[in-house]
Design a protein around this ligand. Structure first.
Ligand SMILES: *Cc1c(COP(=O)(O)O)cnc(C)c1O
Length: 420
């Protein structure tokens, strides 16, 4: 459920007409709904209430500091995958105690930074990273709170590009190797083993892969404890899918919660959960304006002012985002290909989507764009970064300003041998 609904014939974010924001901010822009973010946190928290895990928002899904602050106020911590994300989480006021650090490529600088901040846990993904973490911690004379990220070799049955828990994926450590590494940590003075972590993929639309992976990890917890390791925390990752189109029925958080309670109750372990998409996906939309209408060989195109640089998911993952008119349809619907201005054939948001009669200047909304939308955006084709707007009841605020051309070039200079 979200708070983007039609009121008096026009699309609103909570109580603010999208048209009004477009007049103030221009297009394209992302709009997020505070009430929707809050609701998603609440629904997940209730679903998981028997085990009351720490909820760490996967910052990469929607890293704007105002969104992070909203989620922090709702009690969420953060799962970060880079020094930059850690910086954002801290800027947003998230307590280091509530920050976990995942990712296969943590550098020495990033590890040092996270140690200085005193984060909750490093989710370590290789023997090499464990050795580096140990070395960095020893230098600072601290102990790094550590979990090894297990790759449970489970097929998440999601898009290949967002599957992370099969043995051929780059993520995590096989249980066989992890056994040896946990044993080695005994000799590492800079490492304090806390537990286990995992994350098998994103946009999972069935509970079965979670169930399989979690069951394997449960057995592993028991085995490691029997071998004398302290396993106090279990980070179960994120990945629960959201509906992108009518008729999509991803698992309900309540069923996910029941499954987790069934597997982990009685284990006496502190759970950490890292949802990203589930929290932010349906809490954001991308607003764009029709620039040109074009007919070619029987196909009708709506060329819009947002492109694949603003929302990469359709080009990258063939993903679907419902496209709806901002002013409620009053005419019969017909098929349009909604395409962006970027010089790439993959810059297509949707083929044959049914829309009312369109005119240049009309506003359209791409739904479910709150996760991995602005987050993955760039300025390909020298298109300045798109603004982001946060709505709260009847107020809205620009939380990332539209980038100007000068700003876009910031940091670029001529070489000294070129005339200025
Ligand atoms: C991306 C990611 C998540 C969040 O995944 P969602 O599908 O957005 O819930 C959680 N944990 C890790 C380690 C990730 O890389």
């Amino acid at each position: 459920m979200d708070h983007f609904t039609y009121q008096h014939g026009e699309l609103c974010a909570e109580n603010v007409p999208i048209r009004r924001i477009a007049e103030a901010v221009g297009t394209p822009f992302y709009a997020y709904s505070t009430a929707t973010l809050h609701r998603h946190v609440q629904v997940l928290r209730e679903a998981l209430s028997p085990l009351s895990p720490m909820l760490c928002f996967a910052v990469k899904a929607c890293p704007n500091i105002a969104v992070l602050r909203t989620l922090a106020a709702a009690g969420m911590g953060a799962d970060v995958v880079s020094g930059g994300e850690l910086f954002r989480a801290r800027k947003a006021g998230i307590n280091p105690e509530n920050i976990v650090f995942s990712g296969v490529g943590k550098t020495r600088e990033e590890i040092d930074y996270a140690l200085e901040e005193g984060i909750r846990q490093f989710n370590v993904e290789s023997a090499s990273e464990l050795a580096l973490l140990n070395e960095c911690a020893l230098k600072k004379n601290v102990k790094a709170p550590t979990a090894l990220r297990i790759n449970p070799d489970v097929d998440a049955k999601t898009h290949a590009k967002i599957s992370t828990g099969k043995k051929e994926n780059k993520f995590g450590i096989s249980m066989r190797s992890a056994r040896l590494l946990y044993a080695e940590t005994a000799k590492m003075e800079g490492i304090s083993v806390q537990g286990i972590s995992m994350h098998i993929g994103s946009q999972l639309t069935s509970l079965a892969p979670f169930e399989e992976a979690y069951s394997r990890v449960r057995e592993f917890v028991v085995e490691l404890r029997a071998a004398g390791h302290t396993i106090r925390t279990l980070d179960i990752g994120g990945g629960l899918g959201v509906p992108y189109r009518d008729g999509d029925v991803p698992p309900l958080p309540a069923d996910y919660g029941r499954m987790i309670a069934g597997i982990f109750s009685g284990l006496d372990i502190e759970l950490i959960c890292e949802p990203g998409r589930l929290i932010a996906g349906n809490a954001g939309i991308l607003i764009t304006r029709v620039v040109h209408l074009k007919e070619n060989e029987g196909r009708h195109y709506a060329v819009v002012d947002a492109g694949m640089n603003d929302l990469m998911r359709p080009a990258l993952y063939d993903s679907h985002h419902d496209i709806i008119p901002v002013m409620a349809a009053t005419t019969a619907l017909s098929a349009f290909d909604v395409v962006g201005p970027v010089c790439e054939s993959s810059d297509v948001f949707m083929k044959d989507t049914m829309l009312p009669v369109l005119h240049a200047g009309d506003l359209l909304a791409l739904r479910t764009a709150g996760a991995y939308g602005a987050s993955m955006s760039g300025s390909y084709n020298s298109r300045p970064l798109t603004p982001e707007v946060l709505v709260n009841s009847d107020q809205f605020a620009v939380i990332r300003a539209r980038q100007g051309y000068e700003e876009m070039l910031r940091g670029e200079t001529f070489a000294p041998w070129q005339s200025p």
